[in-house]
Ligand binder design. Structure first.
Ligand code: SAH
Length: 347
């Protein structure tokens, strides 16, 4: 079947079979991508209008016990200066965001090395009580069911945990033996069970990715029905085993965003920072291809310097506030609105 017909079929049935996905991922042209992009944009408009949901991200710790082959803050990278922000600093970051209309805070870190669960729960409670009209999203990697349950109990609303790839062999090529796809998927199912708005996702153009692995990703996302999907290009980092691989392209990332929007119409889909790192207007293009979320960085600039997951993820040259204002005007230019509300799934 022609790609365009496959895109139409996906739109009608919200499902393609594995061979159809493989055919689409292997054969789509630029025109097909633009076609999917238009369709995805109209679906996003139907559900969200021209509102772009804003989430302020606080990269509160770069300590990491994992050794993912692609990631700049992997355990083995000893060039990174490790930090953990104090609760006061984290709350200050949230305050800055709050004053600028941000009503979702995303706390992200490396994989908890020595997780102080009680402390984290207290932090979530402090944020939720000080900013009681805000949502808290966590992105702390793989934890046990009970740990997720405590964080949910403490008031966390959402959780981001990209599955990275739904193909077992591919997963094994990107991660050390100590990590497993089964566990990651189990975590995602647990998060859903606990009532978190849950986000999975992938890097487009990651080393060893293929039309087949992408087909598996789409089928996995269809079965998980995540409320959010984080899709960004892989970008190499010089101090990782994947330093020599090339980055994913803008085009394939936009295609992935569009197909996710067509398949899961109401999903919260960020136009990722990595997309903006590929090209200066990358995030705007993501919005125009069907994304509806943007995540400005509220991390203090000196900490941002040590949270480099990939090359070019440099700190903004301007203060945090200036970067938020800049984002607002970029959205104005494309006729979209910086939406100041919690922006829950399905709301
Ligand atoms: N440790 C947490 C969150 C931090 S990493 C976790 O495991 O979920 C957040 C995301 O950054 C990862 O899921 C990965 O998809 C992305 N990332 C890491 N290295 C990257 C790279 N080199 N290029 C692009 N994205 C990368």
């Amino acid at each position: 079947m022609e790609c365009r017909k496959l895109i139409d079929k996906l739109n009608r049935e919200k499902h393609l079979d594995f061979p159809e996905w493989v055919a689409l991922w292997s054969n789509y042209s630029d025109d097909d991508r633009l076609y999917a992009g238009e369709l995805a944009r109209s679906i996003a408009l139907k559900h969200y209008g021209k509102n772009v949901y804003i989430r302020g991200i606080v990269e509160f710790s770069n300590r990491c016990g994992n050794d993912c082959f692609y990631c700049g803050i992997r355990r083995s990278n000893d060039k990174v200066q490790r930090y953990t922000l104090s609760d006061d600093v984290i709350l200050d970051c949230c305050e800055t965001g709050y004053q600028n209309g941000i009503r979702t805070f995303v706390l992200q870190s490396g994989e908890a090395v020595e997780l102080d669960l009680e402390h984290l729960c207290d932090l979530v409670r402090s944020i939720k009580s000080r900013f009681d009209d805000c949502a808290v999203t966590l992105s702390l990697g793989e934890l046990s069911f009970d740990e997720y349950a405590s964080l949910r109990q403490a008031g966390a609303d959402r959780y981001l945990l990209r599955h990275e790839t739904a193909d077992k062999v591919h997963y094994g090529k990107m991660h050390p033996k100590s990590m497993s796809l089964e566990n990651r998927m189990e975590c995602l199912r647990n998060l859903k069970k606990l009532g978190f708005q849950t986000g999975c996702g992938i890097m487009t153009g990651s080393p060893f990715q293929s039309a087949e692995t992408l087909a598996q990703d789409m089928l996995f996302m269809e079965s998980l029905q995540p409320e959010m999907m984080g899709i960004g290009p892989f970008i190499p980092h010089k101090d990782t085993p994947f330093a020599k691989f090339s980055a994913g392209t803008l085009e394939s990332t936009l295609m992935a965003v569009s197909l996710c929007r067509i398949m899961l119409e109401k999903a919260l889909l960020p136009s990722t920072t990595a997309l903006g790192a590929l090209q200066s207007n990358g995030r705007e293009l993501g919005i125009l291809a069907g994304a509806n979320v943007i995540m400005p960085n509220l991390t203090p600039p000196d900490a941002q310097d040590n949270y480099i997951l990939y090359e070019n993820k440099k700190r903004a040259d301007v203060p945090v506030l200036q970067a938020v204002a800049d984002l607002q005007s970029r959205l104005d230019v494309i006729g979209y609105t910086f939406y100041t509300g919690r922006g829950d799934f399905g709301a």
